[in-house]
Structures are given as C-alpha cells and as structure tokens.
Design a protein around this ligand. Sequence first.
Ligand code: NIG
Ligand code: FE
Length: 474
Amino acid sequence: MKQILITNIKELINIEETPRPFVAGKEMSNLKTLKNAWLLIEGDRIKDFGSMETLPSDLQSRLSDSGIKHYELFDTTSPLHHGTTAPPSPPSPPSPPSPPVPSPQSPVKTFHPLRQYDDLTVIDATNRFVFPSFCDSHTHLVYAGSREIEYVDKIKGFSYEEIAKRGGGILNSAKLLHETSEEELVEQAMDRLNEIISLGTGAVEIKSGYGLTVEDELKMLRVIRKLKELSPLTIVSTFLGAHAIPAGYEGRQTDYVDLVISEMIPQVATEELADFIDVFCDRGFFTVEDTDRILNAGMKYGLRPKIHANELDYSGGIQVGVKHNALSVDHLEYTGDAEIACLLQSATMPVILPGAAFFLNMIHAPARKMIDAGLPVAFASDFNPGSSPTGNMQLILSMACITYRLLPEEAIHATTLNGAYAMGVSDELGSIARGKRANLFITKPISTYEFMPYAYGSNKVDSVILNGEFWMYK
Ligand code: NIG
Ligand code: FE
C-alpha cells in the first residue's frame, strides 16, 4: 500500500491519542500538538505519528533507501517564506502525472493528484505546520450566478428581510437556479469546491434550498450527489426545502409546508438524496410549529435535523431543534440564557457563522459566553450568494478569534473537530488521530500556529492531502 511520510514537521496540530466526538467548554482551549514531528499516511488513512527524536527504526532505515522519492516543499513566491534560513534547493520532482483526459461529455473541472508515487514518498516539512483539514459544516455552495446587486442594496441600508420582501434574496437565487441546467450547476459548484480545497477545507456540508419546488429541490440534491462522486472532498448533503416561502405561496405558508412534508421529503428519502434535514426557523420565515411538523416528517425517514435558528430573533429555533435531537443549530445571533441552558442538556452542536454576521452587519452570536458556560461551538462559512459569498475557512478562523474572542486553540477546534461533529463525520475527520482519514494540509513556512488566524486575508496553505493523496488545482 502507498505510504507518505512527512518529516521534520515544525508542529503537528490537533493530535488525539484517543479520538473524541467533539470538545466543549474549557477543553476547547487545550489544543494538543507535537513539535518536530513525523506523520505517516498509509493508503487513505493516518497510520501513525510521533516526535522526530523517536522516529521508529524501520522508518529511519527506509529513509536512507535510495529507491525512495524525497520531496521538499518549496515556495519561493510566498511572502511568508522566511529568509533567515537558506531555502532548500528546488526539488527534482518526479515526472508529473499526465493529467486525466477529460471526457467530452463532461465539461467539469476537477483536481488531479499533484504527483503520483509508488511505495513510500517522503516529504520534508521543515518550518511548516501540519493541520487536520477544516470541516465546514454549513454551506449553500450549489447556486447559480451571484447576487452582487443586492449587496449594493445592503450597503444602502435595506435589511435582509426587506430585500427578501422585494423579491430578492433566496427567491432571486431560486429563479436563477430554475433557469440553470444541472451540468452548469455542477460546473459552477466544482469551481467553488476546488477553491475551498486550496484554502484547506477537507470536508463540507452542502444544502439544497434554492429549488423550492419538488423538481428543483431534487435537481439541487442530484447536483450535490454528482459532486460527491467528482470531488475528493468528503461531502454531506442536507435537504432544506423550507428555506423560504416560494413565489405563488404568499399568504399560504401552510400549503408550502404541506408540500415539503407530503411530496418533497418522501421523494428525497426514496432517492436517498440527503443525509440531513434543515428548516430556516426564524422571524419572517418558518415558525416553530412549521419546523416541528417538518422535522417530525423528516425523522420518520431517518433524516436528522441541522437547522437554521435564531439568526433574526429569539425564534424558538434552538429549542425546537434540541427537542428533535438536532445534530446542530446554526447562526444563533439571538442566543440568551434560556437557549444556552437548553443546549447544555443536549447533544446538539451550536454552529456560528461569522461570514453571514459580517456580511449582513448583524449582532454577533455570544460564542465566548457559550464556551464559558461549558458548551462546544463550531464555526462554519455558510458559503452562499446572499449572506456569505466566501468559503474561506482561514478567514472564518480569524473572525472567530477577533470578532468572537476565541483563543486560536478554541478556534482551531471549532473549525476542525467540532465542525466535523456538526456534519456527522467526527469519527473519520477533524483531528490528527491514528485510523482517521488522511485529510490534512501542510502550511507555507510560518512562525507559529497562532499565525494562522493572525495573518488574515492571505492563504497560508501550501499543500493539501485528501484521502492520502496530494491535490492541487489544475
Ligand atoms: O444561511 N439564513 C438563511 N439562509 C442563508 C442565506 C441564503 C441566501 O440569502 O441566499 C444563510 O444565511
Ligand atoms: Fe445558511
């Protein structure tokens, strides 16, 4: 089986000897790392790791084996490259693989492995950090086009709800999506996925919710299924038929909820198109009663909730989510003592979406208060065309620290292990642990792990390994 050995890692971040499903409260600031480390990947799994001083003798003897391909990471163009040590001589790379020949029917752009190796490959990560990939547990990244004109309306001072009432917002995206083919949607989404891979994301949740008819909701979920096949990312899908009241249902909200329950959910379940179910339970959107009915219907088909809650008001969304054992409740700008007390009694992950709060100029979810009360929190991008047109988890990491006052250690947990829990994959992803899937990134040469959130706005990720293979764009 193919192996990759990464040596001389300046610091290996978020290691776990005994994997946990998530970390909460004070534990969030207790980030386990290993300095001057090695990491061995076998197949698509993390096989082992340790300190360079105790590199096992079998690996040591293999290092001197002349048949092994060594690869030094080298990025002269990077402003982050420290000039104090002589840069390594440029690698003599193994012959690059021939790029996959795109089939004429498929216009889809995909990543391809950076280099292919047989047996053992050694990578010298001197001056570099290795992180587990970000796990982005909340996105809407399947969408058509963009909505920058509304962005200007927002600057002029129209609220999210006012824009929605003017026929903009989610309904605007629903119209665009209706007019766009499945193939085109796949192509647009693949570009977004490729971009987030290059920024360090290794797992992502994607919601439907710009369909809002039976046909178009199914179309979106089929697009997500196609993305699962095409992309090396771990992808989970969420059915969000109750994202907005579609055109034609004005004043007949209950009829739309009936449609979601009696037609959409059964078809989504029959075609096995979704892993989770979501409802936008908030003022001006779906009520607690609507949410209760939809979640009950979804649970009959085994769809566990992950819901949009308390973004616009104390909507009761957190409570109804917890009542239905939601895996996560997301947004949470309006979270008070009652909501925190409710979450403390649950297995529900509170997920905060700083991109949306920033873009919409909203109040901020009380993340610090939640952690101090003993709760876990996850941070996700909410990548979508209306309220957070970015999937950059490095930026989310920085916002978690500066805007929400998380320590870098807490923010790293919030964007890796806790994100993984909020999308149901923390047994596989979210930390550096033996047996977990080898989804990780190697940074450019940087000084400390605190530099990751500190240097906001630049890409500190150099190389990405997903499923035990190197990936790069084109
Ligand atoms: O998570 N809050 C509801 N839904 C999305 C916004 C979607 C849109 O405006 O297109 C969100 O922010
Ligand atoms: Fe969202």
